[in-house]
Design a protein around this ligand. Structure first.
Ligand SMILES: C[S@@+](CC[C@H](N)C(=O)[O-])C[C@H]1O[C@@H](n2cnc3c(N)ncnc32)[C@H](O)[C@@H]1O
Length: 289
């Protein structure tokens, strides 16, 4: 790759768009613009004005480095170090899953069920919290809500705490290292879980953007993808309050199997919620069902 001429916005965007396109990145010109916005503080107005806007050598270097990373398959969210989820901005780290828009359906399902069951100021437990996106989205959305997020990864917990502070929610959301609910001695109105649910053998064939950049600890659901549900389901009886419920994200085609695992522990699937693509994505379950 070589920058054809001096560091002006237009030259860089043309060069970046070509480099991305040559490496098969979709919507290359748009991606180049998004990457440029990360690499510089040039205003959107200047970017689209058509005027010749010069940029410093350091911006050129940063932009080239970001384009190189993107052409190597790194998602823009990883380059940026953050991801929008539920209209909130979450920092990422190598130890956190990049939150998926599909998981917003779990947040919506929990909010709807809290309203339907008239549970006010709920206490929420988030198992496998990662960036803290589920707990913090719920705490930001539901008046008086508070809770705890647990993750086996200490680095993920540090990132989740940073997100809580950044979003002004640290007084209502705590985070701790733990092995699912094993060390929790409290019952909660809601337990949310988005566990790793990819079958081990399927990880090798995931898209590069996922396999190479999301942590294996956040993806690997064991031989059939259901190992974490089998560990977590027997813990739920001691974690969910009598009038409360659990909300579990599931992978494609796992609805019947996870419902059956929950049923063995005395939990009934009240409702299976689809994501925006219409795929069953979230199970709401309560004791007795
Ligand atoms: C699919 S990610 C979900 C992250 C986040 N809740 C989200 O929705 O974006 C699963 C999370 O579970 C965590 N995890 C894996 N095994 C765990 C265990 N035994 N106990 C607690 N957390 C675990 C991973 O580190 C990861 O953050």
């Amino acid at each position: 790759m070589s920058v054809a001429s001096a560091g002006t916005v237009e030259n860089l965007l043309v060069w970046g768009g070509q480099a991305l396109s040559e490496h098969g990145v979709a919507n290359a010109r748009r991606e180049a613009r998004l990457i440029f916005r990360q690499a510089s503080d040039v205003s959107l107005e200047d970017m689209v004005s058509g005027r010749t806007v010069a940029v410093s050598d350091s911006v050129v270097r940063t932009f080239k480095d970001y384009v190189r990373r993107r052409t190597a398959g790194e998602p823009l969210s990883r380059i940026r170090g953050s991801r929008e989820f539920w209209s909130l901005d979450f920092d990422l780290s190598p130890a956190t899953l990049d939150p998926r828009p599909d998981s917003e359906c779990l947040v919506a399902a929990v909010v709807a069920n809290l309203q339907r069951r008239r549970i006010a100021a709920p206490r929420i437990l988030d198992l496998g919290t990662g960036s803290g996106c589920l707990l913090l989205a719920l705490v930001s959305e539901v008046s008086g809500a508070s809770g705890i997020g647990i993750d086996l990864s200490g680095e993920a917990v540090v990132t989740a705490r940073r997100n809580a502070t950044k979003l002004g929610l640290a007084d209502r959301a705590n985070f701790a290292v733990g092995d699912w609910g094993a060390s929790i001695g409290e019952r909660f109105d809601v337990v949310v879980v988005n566990p790793p649910y990819i079958a081990t053998a399927a990880i090798a064939v995931l898209a590069d953007e996922v396999r190479a950049f999301d942590p294996t600890l956040a993806l690997d659901g064991g031989e059939d993808g259901l190992a974490c549900y089998r560990t977590i389901a027997p813990q739920l009886g001691a974690l969910v309050a009598e009038s409360g419920f659990a909300a579990l994200e599931i992978g494609m085609g796992q609805s019947a199997a996870v419902s059956s695992i929950l049923a063995c522990e005395g939990f009934g699937a009240i409702k299976v919620w689809p994501d925006l693509a219409g795929t069953a994505r979230c199970i709401i379950a309560a004791s007795g069902g």
